[in-house]
Every structure is written in C-alpha cells, then in structure tokens.
Design a protein around this ligand. Sequence first.
Ligand code: B1H
Length: 814
Amino acid sequence: MSAPEIKKSILDHLTYSIGRPPSLASKQDYYKALALTVRDRLQQHWVETVQAYLEQDLKVACYLSAEFLMGPHLGNNLLNLGIENEVRQAVKEMGCELDELLAEEEEPGLGNGGLGRLAACYMDSLATLERLALGYGIRYEFGIFDQEIRDGWQCEITDKWLRSGNPWEIAKPEITYYVNFGGHTEYYRDEAGAERIRWVPDRAVKGMAYDTPIQGYRVNTCNTLRLWSAEACESFDFQAFNTGDYYGAVDDKVISETITKVLYPNDEPEIGKRLRLLQQYFFVSCSLQDMLRLLDAQGQPTQRFPEKFAVQLNDTHPSIGVAELMRLLVDERRLSWEDAWDITVLTFGYTNHTLLPEALETWPLPLFRELLPRHLEIIYEINARFLASVRETHHQDDEHVKRLSLIDENGEKRIRMAHLACVGSHAINGVAALHSELLKRSVLKDFYELWPERFNNKTNGVTPRRFMALANPKLSELITRTIGDGWITHTEELRMLEPFSEDAAFRKEWRLVKQSNKQQLADYILKQTGIELDPSWMFDVQVKRIHEYKRQHLNILHVITLYNRLKRDPKLAIAPRAFIFGGKAAPGYFIAKRIIKLINAVGEVVNNDPDVNKKLRVAFVPNFNVQNGQLIYPAADLSEQISMAGKEASGTGNMKFTLNGALTIGTLDGANVEIRDEVGEENFFLFGLTTEETLRLQQQGYRPYAYVEGNSELAEAIRLIASGHFSHGDTEVFRPLVDNLCQSDPFLVFADYADYIACQDKVAGVWKDPENWTRMSILNTARAGKFSSDRAIREYCDEIWDVRPVPIMIKDKT
Ligand code: B1H
C-alpha cells in the first residue's frame, strides 16, 4: 500500500465512515479514519485466512482466556503490515504527525497483568507463525481501572475504553448464542423412549461476538480475537412484557448486560463472587457453541471435534468448559458419556499460572447448584467415575481419594476448578521450568503421580514485535544494522550480537540508544509526576502488579538504606540512581495499597532533601499499562525481579527487560532461573534464599524480628518508617505494614534483606565501569532469544495442540 493510496483511504473514511470534512476533523477523527484504513487491509487477510480454513481440513488453536491485555493496536498493526513509513508520510501530507495519532488510541485494558498479556503475546505469535487460531474471551465494558496517585495513594478511575468507539472491532450480530442459568434439571423420555436429563433454566442471556483481527508479522495470516458481550434475550423480555411487567423486562435487560460490564481487578480470585462465575460460564459456553457451529458449517461429524480444535484453558477461569462441553455433547448432541468424555479430554489442555494456594479457584457448591444445576450433576458424574477408577486401578486409600476429589469436603463444600481442569485435559503445564517442577511436587502432586505423562512445561515468552521492534525502535535499528532483521522472527539470531560486546564503537552506540530511551522516559515521568530524573543516572526499575510476594517493599527498604547512609555521610560516593516503580494494587488489597503509599512517601522525602537528591530519586509512574510499559522497558538499566523464591510462577516483565538490555537483580524464582541460565551467571545479579531454603526456614519457625535485631541498617530503616519520618509524623499510616513485617513477614522480606543489600552494592560497583556494564547489557539481549513467545507457541503447537503452519495466499492483491 503506497502513501497516496493510504491518503485516499483515510479521506474516504473521514467522509463515508465518520462523516466529517477534513477541515473540521479532530485528531481523534484522523486516528479513526487511519485505523479503519488499516482495518480494511487486515480484513483482506482475514477473509483469506477464513477461506483457507473453510477449504482445507485444518486444526485451529482456541485460546480460552478471561483476559486479553492487548495494548494499543495501531502501532502494532502498522509494524506487522510493514506500512509504517508509508503511513507516516501519508498523514504528514494531511498535516498530522503519526505519533500524535498513535497517542489518540485508548488502550483496551482487558486484563490485570501477566496472564492477560501472555494471552495477547500468544495471539501475536500464532498469527506470525501462520497457525490458525481463535482467541476467545470477554468484551468487558470496563477494563482494568485507571490508576491515579493522589497524595501518594492509589485512586481507581473507571476505564471507559469504549467511550470514543473502537475502530478495531467488528460487531457480528449474526454470531450470537444463548447461555442459560439457574432453574433445575428433570428426567424425560426422548423419541426413542430412552431416559434422558434436561436442564430447565430460569434465565438466559445472549452472547454476541465482537471480532478483532490479529495480524501476523509480515505474513498474510490474520486470526481472530472473538470477545463476547452479554445482551438481554428478546424472548425473555417479551414474556415479562406480555405479563404487563414492563419494568421487570427492562430490569432483566440490565441484569443480563451486567455480565460483561467489568473486569475483576484482582490478580488472584476472590472467593464466592457470583458474577465472576457467571462471566466465566458465559464466555466459555458461547465459545464452545461457536466451535460446534464451525464444525457443523464444515459438514464435519461431532466425533472429529478434537481433530479440528485444540482448546487451551488459560488458568482455571475457563475450566467450567470441561463440564459445558460434556453437556453440549451428551445432552444436546446425544453422544454417549464415554464418547463425549474421550472427545473432551482429547480437546482440552490446561495451563496453570500460580502456586499460591489462595489463588486456586474453588466455588461454593450451593452457588454452583443455584446457577449451573446441570453442570453440578455432570461434575458429580465425572468425579464418581474418576474416583472409582482411581480406587480400582491405582488402589488408592481414602485419604488419597479425598485429596483428588473434584469436591473439597473440608468445611463448606466447594468445587475445585483446578481438579476439574486436570481430569478433563490431556496436557497440563506450568509456565516456567521451576514452576512446572513445583506443581508436580506441591499443588498437583497427586495428579502427577496418577498421570505423569500429562505434565509438561511451557516456559512463557513475550513478543519481540511489540516489546522490541515497536517499543525500542532505536535499539532495533542498531541491531538490524548490525546483524540483519531476521531476529524479529527468529530471536535466537540475537546471538550474533555476542562478539559485538567486545567492540568499543558498538558499545558506545548501544549506550547512546539507552541514553536516548532514558531521556524519553524521563520526559514522560516529568510530565506525569513533576519529578525530574537525570538520564545519566542508573535507572533501577520495578514495574508489575503490587503484591506482597513480589516484594516492592524490599526494594523500598534498599532506598531507605541508601538514604540513611547518605544522611549519615552526605559526601558518601554512591552511584546516582533513579528508582522507578509502577503497578496497580487490587482495590481491596489493603497492604498493597499501603506499599504504594510508602513508595510515594519515601519518594517525597528523598526527592526534596538536598542532602540526598543529587544521588537518589524515587518516582512512581502512575497507571502502569502496556502503553507506558513500552516506554519503560527500553529505558531500564536494572530490572528488579525480587519475588520470594517459589512464588512467581514465571514473570514476563523480566523477559521484556532482558530483551531490551537491562541487567537483572533477582531471586531464583519463576523464569528468572532460566534467564540466568541463558545470559550466564556472570551477567545476572543473584541474591536470596532458594525455594528449598524458604520452605526449610518457614518449617523451622521463622522469626522476622531476629533479623531486625541482627542488622543495624534494617533496624534503622524500619525504625524510620515506624517513627513517621516519611509520613509527616503520622505513626499510624504504616503501622500495619511494619507490624506485618515484624510479626509474620510471610514473604521473608527480612530474611532476604541483607543479601539483597549486599547484591545491590555489587550492582553499584559494576555500574561504575560503564564499558563492562554495556558489555553485560549487550550479552543479556544477545542471549534472551529463548524468551520469545514464538518459541513458546511453537512448543504448544508441536507438543500439545498439533496445529501446523498454513501459509495464506492473497489471491487478489489490490
Ligand atoms: C498469574 C494469575 C491470575 N498467575 C487469577 N495467576 C486472576 C490469577 O482475576 N483473577 O482471578 C488473574 C490472574 N496471574 C501470572 O501469570 C503469574 O503470577 C506470573 O508469574 C506469570 O508470568 C503470568 C503468566 O503466566
């Protein structure tokens, strides 16, 4: 597509789609006209991709996820289509700057953090690797809240991402499904006289599809992200209307539509949230019905379902799908239980994303019975058969059988969704090597002993398109100029950079790029917070959800320690550092919100104290999201990956930093272990207890206060927080935090403090030698190729899904 063609298309869209003369068009209008121009192009690829699916007997990967954290589409689509330069020129001729139009896009924040962003990276890789795929999820009207910082506290603002419309999605009113809730089940005799069960629901909603095209990088494959939006059913409204209950009918509409209103802003599940279960069932039912419809449209028999669809459960959130597919096959398609079960297990794969026991989803049985009575029966039947086979073939004792059961009978009965997912899937994976090992040893041990062959590891990855080529154009240009552009789809080629780490001229260029990225971030932070950062300082960055296990408070204890050292000796020669934080806390997570307040409170004191602010600054970037993440990762010198060992399943931010040449200070947790293996231990700052050591310490009886007594710097830091030094004399505001640490410290912040500080001192030493730091930085990028989502998706396709590449030809390229 040439610049003049693009220009013409934009003008056409201004006229015909938006209805504004160019003289009256706003930046937002131009953005939309450009987005529609790009979308037209995607649609051509999309149609050809669908055509290939219809004509050939192909298998599709279906990624079921309650979250897709896509980030802004425009820049990514221009990159993947390879038309950025032409578009830049075209809009310039119309008096616009492309960067201004890019800034007009409201990012769809339909996810909380790593889990949702992983789904988005996987969609990018699937299309780029020319694998047919459908992403299925929920079109939340309100995504993750926008975070504002007021007086150091997090405030949550509703995210009205759809307020100016969404040019990337295409509503498909003809693709709708009914989803039932409530009611009861009953026996009846079918035409053949056989006794069957039917579900008599008392409510239904309609799910309507909204499709977003997902364009692969420089290929013709364009897949679909299909998100479901809930609507009231006319039939039900109509009934109420006929009985004269007009307001009741409208009520029903409102209740139905609340299902897809809002994303739950937690990084771990809340217990017993009824709307959340409704959301899960709603999107899973629509998605499975959609697959069955696609199968029928191809004239394929139901038995071939697993040959046509591989369905991956992104955590347990869609795991009700196991029972729903059984219901669709047994009740609606009248397959035998045995046939239906074979199909189900062959179809599903389950990815676990957490070991935190409180994050393993369970649903109270009464809630389940009320909303999904038929599914409860099906789960009972699955459980009965499963436990019978366990007793027979594995001769397990009662205790063992109880532990495996899909129903937790300790206390109030609950359905264990992870168990349902395990029983109903032929493959079960964790998201990093360590995590997959720990799964087998802890939360899924009993299942591992039963079916070791189902367990496997799929280390997470991130897309190098968005997180390098798009986010870090300067580094990308330098790399491409040096080793060619093959690395964008074959990140293992980054290895060719290794010898350049010894080339002083190359190192200088590398440093200049980092410097310029840091300047850009400093400008952004100044604008957002009023805090001035010097890009010649070390940028020490921790951005991720705020969680105790991620230990942002360990990081801030280091800041306070340096502050105390400088206060004691203002002439102390320390390498100047900017500590940059970002991340959202779940609105109801009390301690996490206090951690945000503490970071800002320490920042206020440090940044305004002339004794220290020439060597230390602290900034909290408000509203960390995909968009500003793309500014942050490329500007980092040091990546903080300091979770307590055994708690972070993988992490993916750690990979984004490494790819962009930041050095990591980290524990042996999640994918950090593999990052260190790849980049070499001499290029990674390791500290802290190992998983085994944390377990042993906690078994022995951990006494956090003993560490305070044994370490004067830690004692001083804690004393200062408690004294109100950072809170204008208020000794209450941080008391819950301090008490929690001193009395229980569940994530061993104090136990790891001394080693962390020592390691940070080592970091400061290395920073003093810029040539060496740069050498290490280059080697981090050069050796980070494994952490591409392309590698991860190849493994899923080859080892779990059996989904092969299908090159798409464009027949009539205009
Ligand atoms: C991860 C979640 C998660 N693990 C429940 N678990 C949620 C659980 O809304 N909920 O109910 C939302 C999210 N998210 C993250 O997944 C892990 O903590 C990371 O370590 C990992 O990198 C990421 C992707 O695998």
